[in-house]
Structure formats: structure tokens, C-alpha cells
Design a protein around this ligand. Structure first.
Ligand SMILES: *Cc1c(COP(=O)(O)O)cnc(C)c1O
Length: 370
């Protein structure tokens, strides 16, 4: 039987056509398609400004720098996410402060955020994990009350919505990733979005050696070379036009899983919150650790051609990396994140996953859980 990967990009005539055009033109650097993709990002995610960057991680690092987050500041984020949501804080010299997650949504719990606010708190980095938007009503309220900045890490949430607003439209800055495993991709890639002209101008400077105009050789500040080539942008532009369709198909696959895997004791299905639209960048189930051995089930799935994965097997605070710094994180500090890391399991989901394949996965999961 064929191997079903956890995810697979949908690359079709549009991407190939665009890429062909770029290669034929010989103009490989930031250009026509990059500008086109930035316009599409602004339109789709309802933002005034969009800046393409080489990755989601670069976008987070730039975001933190633009908001002047630095040594002496504290930034609150979730311990149950990809490393970049926290490493951007470490890179800035500020202190990483974790707030535990809501076990139902896997997202940062606003009640836990409130407990972690001090005089030094400068910002919150929220993550829309697995494509499920964080609780922005509450988070924005907390930011307003405490005068905190907000960065939305929407790296997994292209096409998701919260109260009719797209994920990626929240906070002072939002960021996306277009890494190969995300809902839309350019191989490697990212973007920073905002509504503030000063933030936008800073991002442009930082992206291109501190030049006001690309190729002017006039440097008004210190910068980097974080340009996205048009080869990548040509793929991204095609992907952006298909985002709505991709999300529609992902949601229909999630529905098939929801129906096929319902009513299994000890198994919790992903939830879609009221007034939210999940884009299912991951379809993540939860296996009660008192009842199932998650890692054994993962192994069985993989051995039988089903590319299930665990996002993420270890809560961020329990990695060795903190030992180099002043942190004293211990087991038990973030019980919900720790428990989630032991119980979650993500099943394959991508637009080209066939009904037959999803049924094969459902049958196999049902069989091994019985
Ligand atoms: C993928 C991801 C990133 C990083 O994006 P890259 O493009 O891989 O650098 C950041 N945050 C989250 C939540 C992600 O899933």
C-alpha cells in the first residue's frame, strides 16, 4: 500500500507556469511576483502592509526588533508551539515568559497570560496552533488594559478566521511562514504584516541593508539581506490565489475524520470554537494517556504507511537549550502543555488526500484503538 505522508504541497500548472516565466525571463531576484504576492497578502489578510521575508522565523525576529523588544523586557508566549515563537524573544535579549495552554484549543490561555504580567512585560506572542485561532477577544483586551504589544504568529493559520476576521489580521504585527509543510508554501518563505506605516518602513529597511530604495546604495540604518527571490514568490503568488480552495478541501477532510473517528472513548477530536474557522493545517487528535500509549500507536501507524506525526513531543520549557541561560524551568510548571505533548497525534491532511486514503486512515485508527 502507498505511503501517505503527513502533508504534501499542492503544486500545479499555475506554479509551474509562473516558475517557468521567471526562469525564462532570467530575473530571479525580488521583482514582479514578489510585489504581486505582497499585494495579495494585503488583500486576503486585510492588512495595510505586507513584507515578504525569507522565513517565518526571520519574520518573527524582525517583528521583535521593530517593536524594540530588548534586554530588560519580558514577552509572554505559549510553551506548546514551534521553537521560533520563543527563540525570537531569546534572540532579542528579552526574557521568555511562558503561559500555559487551554487544553481544549491547545492555544495560550488568557487566564494564564494574566497571571504572568509584571511591570517588565512588553508584549505577547500568540500562536494560532494547528490552524485554530487564539482567543483574540480576550488577548486584545489584556493588551489594551496592560498596554502590551501583540504579535500574532499565524505561521500555521493561513485561511483561518476569528469572528469573521482572517488569522493574520490581529496584533501590531502578524507573521506567516510559507515553509514546505504549511497550508501554502514557497519552499522557504515568510511574511510580516501590519497596518502601521512606521513598522512597515522599518521592515523594508531591515530587509534590504538599511536602504530606503532597493539598489540605491544609500544606507540610512543597519540592515540585513532578507529578500525573497522571485522564483519562490512566483510559487507563493499562485498558492495565494488557491488558498480559499485549499482551506475548503482541508475542512471537508477534517469533517470526514470527525465523523469517522467520533465516539471512541479516550480519543478527543480537534474542536472548532464558536465564531472561529479552523483551517486544519494540522488535524490533531488527543489520546488519553491513561488509556492509550500514544507513541506505540504512532509507531504502528507509521509502520503501516500512515505518516502521522507528533507536533510537538516536548513542551518548549523542557528542552536543554534553556540551561545556557538564566532560566529555571522544571517539569510540572506548565502541566497542560506537558500533558498535551504526551497525548497529541496529528493525522495526514492536505488537499490531495483522497477519500479512499482518509477512510484507510480512519479504519486503521479505529482498529488499533479497539
Ligand atoms: C513553521 C512555524 C514557524 C517558523 O516558520 P519557518 O518559515 O519555518 O521559519 C514559526 N511559528 C510557528 C507556529 C510555525 O509553525
Amino acid at each position: 500500500m502507498n505511503y501517505i505522508p503527513i502533508t504534501k504541497p499542492t503544486l500545479e500548472e499555475e506554479e509551474i507556469g509562473n516558475m517557468n516565466e521567471v526562469l525564462t525571463s532570467g530575473m530571479l531576484v525580488y521583482g514582479k511576483y514578489a510585489k504581486e504576492a505582497e499585494l495579495k497578502l494585503q488583500q486576503i489578510f486585510k492588512r495595510k502592509y505586507a513584507v515578504l521575508l525569507p522565513s517565518g522565523t526571520t519574520s518573527l525576529n524582525i517583528a521583535v526588533s521593530i517593536l524594540d523588544i530588548k534586554e530588560g523586557d519580558e514577552v509572554i508566549t505559549t510553551p506548546f508551539t514551534f521553537i521560533s515563537s520563543a527563540s525570537c524573544i531569546l534572540n532579542s535579549g528579552a526574557k521568555v515568559v511562558f503561559a500555559d495552554i487551554d487544553p481544549q484549543t491547545f492555544n495560550i490561555d488568557p487566564k494564564e497570560i494574566e497571571k504572568k504580567i509584571t511591570k517588565k512585560t512588553k508584549a505577547i506572542i500568540s500562536v494560532d496552533l494547528f490552524g485554530n485561532p487564539a482567543d483574540y477577544n480576550r488577548i486584545e483586551e489584556i493588551c489594551k488594559q496592560n498596554k502590551l504589544l501583540l504579535i500574532e504568529d499565524a505561521a500555521q493559520a493561513h485561511g483561518a478566521e476569528y469572528k469573521n476576521n482572517p488569522a493574520g489580521s490581529f496584533g501590531d504585527i502578524s507573521i506567516f511562514s510559507f515553509y514546505g509543510s504549511k497550508v501554502i508554501t514557497s519552499g522557504e518563505g515568510g511574511a510580516l504584516l501590519c497596518d502601521n506605516k512606521d513598522i512597515y518602513d522599518r521592515a523594508l529597511l531591515l530587509r534590504n541593508h538599511g536602504q530606503n530604495d532597493i539598489g540605491s546604495y544609500q544606507y540610512s540604518s543597519l540592515g540585513h539581506n532578507y529578500m525573497m527571490p522571485d522564483t519562490s514568490a512566483s510559487i507563493l503568488s499562485a498558492q495565494l490565489s488557491k488558498l480559499e480552495l485549499f482551506v475548503k478541501v482541508r475542512r471537508s477532510i477534517a469533517l470526514i475524520y470527525n465523523q469517522g473517528l467520533s465516539k471512541i472513548s479516550g480519543l478527543t477530536l480537534p474542536i472548532e470554537q464558536k465564531d472561529s474557522k479552523h483551517c486544519y493545517s494540522c488535524y490533531t487528535i488527543r489520546l488519553d494517556k491513561e488509556k492509550y500509549k500514544r507513541d506505540k500507536i504512532l509507531k504502528l501507524l507509521n509502520e503501516n504507511g500512515i505518516g502521522a506525526r507528533v507536533y510537538y513531543p516536548i513542551s518548549l520549557h523542557l528542552h536543554p537549550l534553556w540551561k545556557e541561560y538564566v532560566y529555571e524551568f522544571k517539569k510540572g510548571m506548565f502541566p497542560e502543555a506537558e500533558r498535551a505533548s504526551q497525548e497529541v497525534l496529528s493525522l495526514p491532511i492536505y488537499p490531495k488526500l483522497t477519500q479512499l486514503e482518509s477512510e484507510r486512515i480512519i479504519d486503521f485508527v479505529r482498529k488499533i484503538l479497539n
